[in-house]
Design a protein around this ligand. Structure first.
Ligand SMILES: [Zn+2]
Ligand SMILES: [Zn+2]
Length: 484
């Protein structure tokens, strides 16, 4: 069996046992039916099951304890194939139950946010955790063994406890909400929403985890941050109704649906990550009501599929609120008090001032089927591009990584604009396609084979020419309208 350690040069990018999907891609069926075939199949199956288990925090401490934080695999990045698999299964279940399946525009917007966040990680390179490492190295109170199961469980509970307060602060502190609202900006509730995150989410919470640095080794902290985040993926679904006694202890789809609601009873509740006991202890728990349909999304929903806009629009609003205040006390309150705060009101605003959201029509723009297919293909190409960048980014200069990240973000933004049928999106698309054609012609991509590059060049050239012709038509229509 081909060792995955041989395939992966960087343990941060490839876990020591890479996902089964990557293995399948690298091992043809001749190997599988050969002498070592049964061994290979069974070990792939075991890895596949382990990958699934990680999404539910079902992990053996002995298999996920590392001495050095740099040896911790990027469990989140490696789980993307499982995310996609689960999303397919979720939609099959919805289709069988004759319920509405995921909307392409909303789902791709969610996944685009997931890629935004991963792009941010390529740039920040976990720098938000440096203070944690510094405190652990200089001021730790205990030397817990990194390979002890007790350390592992302590870290799991400690990270989840801190997550509760991070998440609560993200809803109760206006400037943190400006980032976290991205996660709540979908009017749908499905697995893709679990990946809808702010680029700066990591920076919103790092200070809340610092007390853990006094006892928890960094490698355990990093590992459990991944597992805590992975667990929160599968709870974003309407296909799981209730899980019986597990509902008492664990955060479940049932509890998290309430958290995503904008109905009055849902606001500021169920902050837990893995355990719901924190909400029960600190008085923020709310049970799902059978007699009231949950309205998902923000209280003031943004009619947009543009991921860049959704990432930044609220920060602009916080700044505007800051500027309109006429004393420093109020200016600071505009930033650090709750989103509903107004001068003369309590820190989190008054209950009676909150907007009573009732069932509303979801933002949607109908575009032709061919355009949906086009956008799906181009989004898949961007995912491939991101994957290539992520696998080599440590060998590239920060400037080169930044350039590629800007291109990916601009591309995802324009995909969103095309979903909205924005009038300038076709012109931006011409530019985007031509930039890629030029890049393929002028730059060297040693990790991508020649034939793939030729296919990419032709594909983007045809796309660019198509949108150019379409743009001209749009300009014609505009000028005709003006003459009339
Ligand atoms: Zn939240
Ligand atoms: Zn959520």
């Amino acid at each position: 069996m081909a060792s995955t350690k041989v395939m992966c040069n960087n343990s941060n990018q490839c876990e020591n046992i890479t996902s089964v999907f990557v293995n399948l891609a690298h091992n043809n069926f001749t190997n599988m039916t050969g002498e070592n075939g049964p061994d290979l199949v069974s070990s792939l199956l075991v890895e596949f099951i382990k990958g699934i288990g990680r999404l539910f925090y079902i992990v053996k401490p002995s298999e996920s304890s590392y001495e050095n934080d740099k040896d911790v695999p990027n469990y989140f990045y490696n789980s993307w194939p499982y995310f996609l698999l689960f999303m397919i299964i979720e939609n099959i279940l919805l289709w069988i139950e004759r319920k509405p399946t995921a909307r392409l525009n909303d789902s791709i917007t969610s996944l685009a946010h997931g890629l935004f966040q991963q792009c941010g990680k390529l740039l920040f390179r976990s720098s938000e955790s440096y203070l944690y490492f510094y405190i652990y190295n200089r001021f730790r109170l205990l030397d817990l063994p990194w390979d002890s199961p007790i350390t592992w469980y302590l870290a799991a509970i400690g990270v989840d406890f801190c997550y509760y307060w991070v998440h609560r602060a993200c809803h109760e502190v206006h400037i943190l909400w400006a980032q976290h609202q991205v996660h709540h900006s979908s009017e749908d509730y499905n697995l893709a929403v679990g990946l809808r995150q702010s680029v700066l989410q990591g920076w919103c919470g790092f200070a809340f985890y610092l007390p853990l640095a006094l006892i928890i080794p960094p490698s355990q902290f990093v590992t459990h941050q991944y597992f805590n985040l992975l667990y929160q993926f599968w709870i974003h679904t309407e296909t799981v109704k209730t899980l019986g006694p597990l509902e008492w202890i664990f955060n479940t789809p049932n509890h998290h649906r309430v958290h995503h609601g904008s109905n009055i009873y849902c606001l500021d509740t169920n902050y837990g990550g893995v355990l719901i006991i924190w909400d029960r202890i600190f008085g923020t728990f709310a049970a799902e009501r059978e007699d009231e349909e949950i309205v998902y999304g923000l209280v003031y929903n943004q009619p947009s599929f543009n991921p860049l806009h959704l990432q930044i629009f609220y920060t602009r609003y916080v700044m505007e609120k800051f500027q309109t205040m006429n004393s420093w006390k109020h200016k600071l309150a505009a930033i650090f008090y709750g989103p509903s705060w107004q001068p003369g009101k309590p820190r989190l605003g008054l209950e009676e001032d909150k907007v009573k959201v009732t069932k509303r029509e979801k933002f949607n723009v109908k575009i032709p089927l061919w355009c949906n297919i086009y956008l799906l293909i181009h989004f898949a190409v961007m995912v491939y591009g991101f994957h290539q960048l992520a696998s080599i980014h440590l060998s590239l200069s920060p400037m080169t990584v930044l350039t590629f990240v800007i291109y990916i973000i601009a591309s995802l933004t324009n995909i969103g604009l095309l979903f909205e049928n924005h009038k300038f999106a076709p012109i931006y698309e011409v530019l985007r396609c031509m930039i890629l054609v030029t890049a393929v012609q002028r730059m060297k991509f040693p990790d991508i084979d020649g034939s793939t590059l030729i296919v990419a060049e032709v594909f983007f050239l045809i796309s660019g020419v198509f949108w150019f012709l379409k743009s001209i038509r749009i300009l014609d229509i505009t000028s005709t309208t003006k003459k009339e």
